[in-house]
Design a protein around this ligand. Sequence first.
Ligand SMILES: NC(=O)c1ccc[n+]([C@@H]2O[C@H](COP(=O)([O-])OP(=O)(O)OC[C@H]3O[C@@H](n4cnc5c(N)ncnc54)[C@H](OP(=O)(O)O)[C@@H]3O)[C@@H](O)[C@H]2O)c1
Length: 182
Amino acid sequence: MSVRWFSIIVAMDEKRGIGKEGTLPWHLPGDLKHFKTLTTTTDDPKKQNALIMGRKTWDSIPEKFRPLPDRLNVVLSKNKTQSMAQDMISARSFEEAFAALETPEQKDLVDKIFVIGGAQIFKIALASPSCEALYLTHIQSTYACDTFFPDFESQYESVESSTEFDENGTRYFFSLYKRHRF
Ligand SMILES: NC(=O)c1ccc[n+]([C@@H]2O[C@H](COP(=O)([O-])OP(=O)(O)OC[C@H]3O[C@@H](n4cnc5c(N)ncnc54)[C@H](OP(=O)(O)O)[C@@H]3O)[C@@H](O)[C@H]2O)c1
């Protein structure tokens, strides 16, 4: 089944580490603000963006902050077939998540689609030809991560990078990658 175009958004360290013990290994408010702005801003003011995430990433968001506001939260789980909270959608497969965005109720309300993690979902998303862009935060440090983003450089190239930011001695920059078109 083909799915609609979507982007990935992820923050990673120098070894592509993205998580540790079910949470983020760093605290970078500037990056969280960037995530919020990018994923909330729509081209059409009457629509909202959709976020697709794995159940473990959903669990990593403190209850009081989820679902992430002003965005349609779609959570992938093979086990939890019922909605895990109000105002979110649960799906049993990547294809089902996209199908849920194509229903008559959602179709005209969804603007952009972002896959926001974690590693299991990134792996499926990267393998999809519909994944057109990666919004990466490159954190210029190495953390003791147990969860990693897949190798992506053979398929995607950096087309744009920000200047460098420094938050309490942690340096990072944003980079947009696009899929190679051969
Ligand atoms: N740095 C970043 O940008 C970033 C972003 C997001 C997350 N993270 C970090 O990444 C870690 C979590 O990543 P993770 O890889 O362990 O977990 P995850 O990808 O967030 O979630 C995995 C869960 O998703 C469900 N799932 C996986 N494949 C599925 C499929 N094909 N169909 C339906 N459901 C499926 C399963 O849920 P069930 O077990 O319920 O079946 C599985 O246990 C945390 O440390 C988090 O903080 C980092």
